[in-house]
Design a binder for this molecule. Structure first.
Ligand code: NAD
Length: 450
C-alpha cells in the first residue's frame, strides 16, 4: 500500500453539490474567452507536470512509463486544449420559416453534471469528460476510479493553480456503489457521463432513467480485427500486435477477436505468435517493457480465470496463458503473458465476454459475408479494424459492421472532433467534438414570428 483515499458517500456528494450550486451562476455566465483561458492554462500545467503525472499514472495503474509519457498524459492536456478552443467556436442553429418566423436554438449549460471514469486510462478519460462539461459552462462532480485515483487528485491541484474558481470542479473519491451511486441518484445532478463496464452502465441506466437524467454511457467492447489476404501485411502485423496488447490489452478499443481470411490464416498465426512471444513483459518503469502489470489483483485473477474458461471450452493456447513473476521489485506483481488462443467458435464465452486483458482469439473466415457474420456475432459494438488494400471492400464492410468506430488500415488513430462511442451493449450516446458540447448543453428552441 502506498496511499489512502477517502471513501466518500452521500453526505460528501451533497457537500460537493452545494459547492457547485454556489459556483454555477458565476461560472455559467463567465465569457467563453475567460473559460478558454483557464482551461487552456490547465492544459499547459498538465504539460509542465508531465513527468510527475506520468510516474503517478504508471505507479497507480501498472502501465509502462513510456506509455504514460507518450499517450496518457499528453492526451489529458490535449483534451483540455481541444475543448478550451472548441467552446470559442461552438455555434447553434437557426431555422428560417420563409418570411414568417425565425427559430434559433440556444444551447445553455445544464447545471451540475456528474462524470464517472474507469481505471484503464485514468487521467486521459477523466479529462475527456470534465473538459467539455466545464467548457460548456457546467459545474462538475467528478469521480475517478477508486482503483486509480492519484492523477485525478493531482489534477485538482493543477486546476486550483490555473485559477478555476472554487466549486466549479469537485473531484470526489470513493467506490461505485458508494460515491458513484450517490452522484447518479442525486436530484440536482442533471446529466451523467459514464465510462466503464457494461454491468455498471446497466445499473447506472436503471437508476438514472426514471429520474429523466441525460445519460452518456461508454461501455465495454469485444472488438473484431478483420484481416483480409490482400492487406498491407507488415503494417497489419505491427498494428495488430499493438491493437491486441497495448496497455496490457486494457483498452476498450483493443481488438480481442482476430478474424483472418482462411488463405492466410496459417501464415498469420505463425507470424503473429512469433511477434507475440517477442513482447517483453516486466517492470513498468523499464523502457524495454512493452507490457506492464495488470491493474489489480482482482482483475489479474479475472483474466486468469478467463484463460481457464477458454481451455475448458476447448481453446488451444498458441502462446502465453500464464502468470509471470519478473525478478526484482516486481516479483509479486500481477503480470500475465500475452496470450493467443485458437479453436473457439463465435458463440463461446471466450468470444462473447469482454476479458479486458492481454488475451486474443483467432478465427478464420472464407468470404466477406462470413467475416461480417463473425464480426457482428457479439453483443458489443464499440470498435472494429479492417485490413485490406481493396478500398471498395473496406468501405462495404465498414458500413455493415455493427460498431460505432471503424478503423481501416490503422488502429487508434484519433481525431478528437469525430463522434466517439459504441452501439449495442457498448453504450448509448457519443462523445467527442460537438457531440460532447451538445451533450453537456440543453437545447432550447426560440421561435420569433416576424
Ligand atoms: P467499472 O464499471 O467497474 O467502473 C468504472 C467507474 O464506475 C469507476 O469509477 C467505478 O467506481 C464506477 N462505478 C462502478 N459501479 C458504479 C455504480 N453502480 N454507480 C456509479 N458508478 C459506478 O469499470 P472499470 O473496471 O473501472 O473499467 C473497465 C471497463 O471500462 C471495461 O469494461 C472497458 O471496456 C470500459 N471502458 C470503456 C470505454 C469506452 O469508451 N467505451 C473506455 C474505457 C473503458
Amino acid at each position: 500500500m502506498y496511499g489512502q483515499i477517502p471513501d466518500s458517500h452521500k453526505k460528501d456528494i451533497d457537500a460537493a453539490v452545494n459547492a457547485a450550486k454556489k459556483a454555477f451562476p458565476a461560472w455559467s455566465n463567465t465569457p467563453v474567452e475567460e473559460r478558454f483561458k483557464i482551461l487552456n492554462r490547465i492544459a499547459e500545467l498538465i504539460d509542465e507536470h508531465l513527468e510527475a503525472l506520468a510516474l503517478a499514472e504508471t505507479n497507480d495503474n501498472g502501465k509502462p512509463l513510456w506509455l504514460s509519457k507518450r499517450v496518457d498524459i499528453p492526451r489529458a492536456s490535449a483534451n483540455f486544449r481541444f475543448f478550451a478552443t472548441g467552446i470559442m467556436h461552438f455555434a447553434t442553429e437557426s431555422h428560417n420559416m420563409e418570411g414568417r418566423a425565425v427559430n434559433y436554438t440556444l444551447r445553455q449549460p445544464i447545471g451540475i453534471v456528474g462524470c464517472i471514469s474507469p481505471w484503464n486510462l485514468p487521467l486521459y478519460l477523466f479529462t475527456w469528460k470534465i473538459a467539455p462539461a466545464l467548457a460548456a459552462g457546467n459545474c462538475v462532480i467528478a469521480k475517478p476510479s477508486e482503483v486509480t485515483p492519484v492523477t485525478a487528485f493531482l489534477l485538482s491541484k493543477i486546476c486550483m493553480e490555473a485559477g478555476l474558481p472554487a466549486g466549479v470542479l469537485n473531484i470526489v473519491h470513493g467506490t461505485g456503489p458508494g460515491a458513484g451511486e450517490a452522484i447518479v441518484t442525486h436530484p440536482d445532478i442533471k446529466a451523467i457521463s459514464f465510462t466503464g463496464s457494461t454491468r455498471a452502465g446497466e445499473r447506472i441506466a436503471s437508476l438514472a432513467a426514471p429520474k429523466f437524467k441525460k445519460l452518456s454511457l461508454e461501455l465495454g467492447g469485444k472488438n473484431p480485427a478483420i484481416i483480409f489476404a490482400d492487406c498491407d501485411w507488415d503494417k497489419m502485423l505491427t498494428e495488430t500486435i499493438r491493437s491486441s496488447f497495448s496497455n496490457q490489452g486494457e483498452i476498450c478499443l483493443c481488438g480481442s477477436r482476430i478474424l483472418v481470411e482462411e488463405s492466410v490464416y496459417e501464415k498469420f498465426k505463425n507470424a503473429f505468435v512469433d511477434r507475440t512471444k517477442a513482447l517483453t513483459v516486466g517492470d513498468p518503469l523499464e523502457a524495454t517493457s512493452k507490457q506492464g502489470a495488470i491493474v489489480s489483483k482482482v482483475h489479474y485473477e479475472k483474466i486468469l480465470r478467463c484463460i481457464d474458461t477458454a481451455k475448458t471450452e476447448g481453446g488451444v493456447i498458441l502462446c502465453g496463458g500464464n502468470a509471470i513473476h519478473p525478478s526484482g521489485r516486481c516479483k509479486d506483481g500481477y503480470f500475465i503473458e500475452p496470450t493467443v488462443i485458437e479453436g473457439l467458435g463465435p458463440q463461446c464465452q471466450t468470444n462473447q465476454e469482454e476479458i479486458f486483458g492481454p488475451v486474443v482469439t483467432l478465427q478464420s473466415f472464407k468470404t466477406e459475408d462470413e467475416a461480417l457474420q463473425l464480426a457482428n456475432a457479439s453483443s458489443y459494438g464499440l470498435a472494429a479494424t479492417i485490413w485490406t488494400q481493396d478500398i471498395s471492400k473496406a468501405n462495404r464492410v465498414a458500413a455493415k459492421v455493427e460498431s460505432g468506430i471503424i478503423w481501416i488500415n490503422c488502429w487508434l488513430l484519433r481525431d478528437l472532433r469525430t463522434p466517439f462511442g459504441g452501439m449495442k451493449n457498448s453504450g448509448v450516446g457519443r462523445e467527442g467534438g460537438w457531440e460532447a458540447l451538445r451533450f453537456f448543453t440543453e437545447a432550447k428552441n426560440i421561435c420569433v414570428e416576424l
